[in-house]
Design a protein around this ligand. Structure first.
Ligand code: NAD
Length: 558
């Protein structure tokens, strides 16, 4: 039986209070993001009073109070970050690597503390917390420390010396300056670190706003950098949408956002107004496509994990399975059996009332439009618990929100399809396009099918775990946004190319400088023909015009 991790009576009893501080802004992340030991007296609240929950969705225990940043102070904090960014950027890359290398050990040493706090704030199982929030991040720190110098290595440009004599260039990758980072609650340590580490190593200052659902995990993550960085290079600001908006509207140089589609769209518009680069990692509606020759047991186990890990509150959670008819009944039976063997210790609880209600609404909509409940199911009630639920999609339920909109909860719809072509067509029909998995023993065949999928990531015989690979791009398309985190491609939003060209040519003027004369015109058109703009005969004739024109232009000022 699925045991609810927490009764909603506790949640209801919560008094959602937030302690806002009216004092002047302080640049250090420790101060602004710190957890306070004792509840503070509200002096002059400038943020909504219900920004932070103060009881755990896991066990109802009281959480430490959090100090909110007022939106008015964000602007000043960004200016402080800007002042700190320059000396940080001027350090050698090796010095920055030396500064951050200790982060890996800190993460590992504090694994239990991190996992326990994340569990308290969002209710995920301890195993998941350590496997998803701690261990891959240790790899991530090592990856970036090992590779950043090579990835930022300036590239030489040596143009053709006949056309461009004496010229050479160097393209460097410069930090953007101040990066605004805004993150969600579902992986409150892992997602921020994916940007914090490369952004800082690349020489940026970062002002980071964690989710208002997980401010304490945010503060603890920021604390891991304590003493490693010069003051002001990492600043954490705490609060909800209002603080996020203030951060985007402040004097930052780039915005990296992970969160929902509506918020991402609002941020994209605000950034477009000011030509600010922004990286947007938004919602998903991942499909898994199961072919008849799959490894049945591995596939069923993989689907169940992919759908229910983090209680389905995963941008890359499996939210649609398309299984071809000849294996469908066997696969469905096995998925249902494995799902029924799970307990609340495996799946954890939902983090917020909003997500629980949305999952409930998607289930109801699917059932009302023809889906069959295979296992699980939950009535609308006062708890945050939602058992892992499997439904079979039939009839009009294929067009219900459970199949078209992001659910972000432990609901696994399975639809039987005629063949792989139908599965690919339905997968590609979604407005979301983060990851898709293909389950088959024919790996070459699957690699071919992968090219027909429009999602940013395709995994063959696995799902979603590539978020843990620091070297692999995590990215989507469509309404999932075009952002990239992880891997060298993410440096595009964290750095900008700068060309420095040096000209050692000593001639008084270049060929293409003034004056524009008939000789120059003859020369230019002859050049176009010689380079391929005519037949062999025309090219030989053009060469006859080009050489005298060139000599006249170079030596007689023609
Ligand atoms: P959300 O959009 O509600 O909030 C995300 C962050 O944005 C929070 O810190 C929030 O305070 C802030 N915010 C809200 N309104 C803002 C505004 N107008 N301006 C600036 N900041 C604002 O999302 P959420 O509920 O925290 O996270 C769940 C969503 O995130 C899901 O849709 C999920 O798919 C998505 N997500 C995507 C990825 C990915 O890699 N593609 C990863 C994790 C989560």
């Amino acid at each position: 039986m699925f045991v609810p991790p927490m009764s909603m009576h506790n949640v209801r009893a919560l008094m959602l209070t937030c302690v806002a501080q009216g004092s002047s802004p302080r640049p250090s992340f420790v101060v602004n993001g710190g957890l306070t030991g004792e509840p503070e007296t509200t002096i002059a609240p400038r943020v909504p009073a219900d920004v932070f929950a103060n009881h755990s969705p896991f066990d109802g225990s009281t959480l430490s109070p959090v100090t909110a940043t007022s939106p008015e102070d964000v602007k000043t904090l960004v200016e402080t970050a800007r002042t700190s960014a320059l000396p940080w950027a001027n350090l050698s890359i090796q010095r920055r690597v030396d500064a951050l290398a200790g982060l890996e050990r800190r993460l590992l040493e504090r694994a239990e503390e991190i996992a326990s706090l994340v569990r308290l704030e969002v209710g995920k199982p301890l195993e998941e917390a350590v496997l998803a929030e701690v261990l891959p991040n240790a790899d991530l720190v090592r990856y970036w420390c090992d590779t950043i110098e090579e990835l930022l290595e300036p590239a030489r440009i040596e143009p053709d010396p006949l056309s461009y004599p004496g010229k050479s260039g160097l393209v460097s990758r410069e930090p953007r300056g101040v990066v605004a980072l805004i993150t969600p609650w579902n992986y409150p340590v892992a997602i921020p670190l994916r940007t914090l580490v490369p952004a800082l190593l690349a020489g940026n200052a970062v002002v980071w706003k964690p989710s208002e659902v997980t401010p304490r995990s945010g503060a603890l993550t920021a604390k891991l950098f304590d003493g490693l960085l010069p003051e002001g290079v990492l600043t954490i600001v705490q609060g909800g949408a209002e603080v996020g908006r203030a951060l985007v509207m402040s004097n930052v140089d780039s915005v990296v956002f992970t969160g929902s589609v509506p918020t991402g769209r609002a941020i994209a518009v605000a950034c477009a107004e000011r030509f600010l680069p922004c990286s947007l990692e938004l919602g998903g509606k991942d499909a898994a496509i199961v072919l008849s020759d799959c490894n049945l047991e591995r596939t069923a186990q993989g689907l169940v994990w992919g759908a229910f890990t983090n209680a389905g509150q995963n941008c890359a959670g499996i939210e649609r399975v398309y299984v071809v008819a000849d294996i469908a009944e066997k696969l469905i039976a096995r998925v249902v059996a494995i799902t029924e063997s799970l307990s609340s210790a495996d799946v954890g609880g939902m983090a917020t009332r909003q997500q629980r209600d949305k999952t409930q609404a998607h289930l109801t909509a699917a059932l009302l439009s023809g889906a069959t409940l295979l296992t699980g199911g939950a009535e609308a009630n006062d708890t945050l618990a939602f058992p892992p639920t499997v439904i079979r999609i039939e009839g009009a339920s294929a067009d219900s929100v459970a199949m078209t909109e992001e659910t972000f909860g432990p609901l696994l719809p399975i639809q039987v399809v005629a063949d792989e072509d139908e599965a690919i067509r339905l997968t590609n029909a979604s407005r979301y396009a983060l990851t898709t998995s293909l389950w088959t023993k024919r790996v070459r065949h699957a690699q071919g099918l992968a090219k027909r999928l429009r999602t940013g990531i395709v995994t063959i015989n696995n799902h979603a775990f590539t978020a843990a690979l620091a070297q692999a791009p995590w990215t989507g398309t469509g309404d999932t946004g075009t952002g990239v985190t992880n891997g060298p491609h993410c440096l595009a939003s964290l750095t900008r190319p700068r060309l420095i060209l040096t000209d050692k040519h000593q001639a008084a003027r270049e060929l293409w400088w003034y004056p524009y004369t008939p000789t120059l015109r003859t020369l230019a058109f002859a050049m176009a023909v010689v380079r391929g703009g005519g037949s062999i005969g025309a090219r030989i004739a053009a060469l006859g015009r080009l050489v005298p024109a060139l000599l006249k232009r170079l030596f007689f000022g023609g």
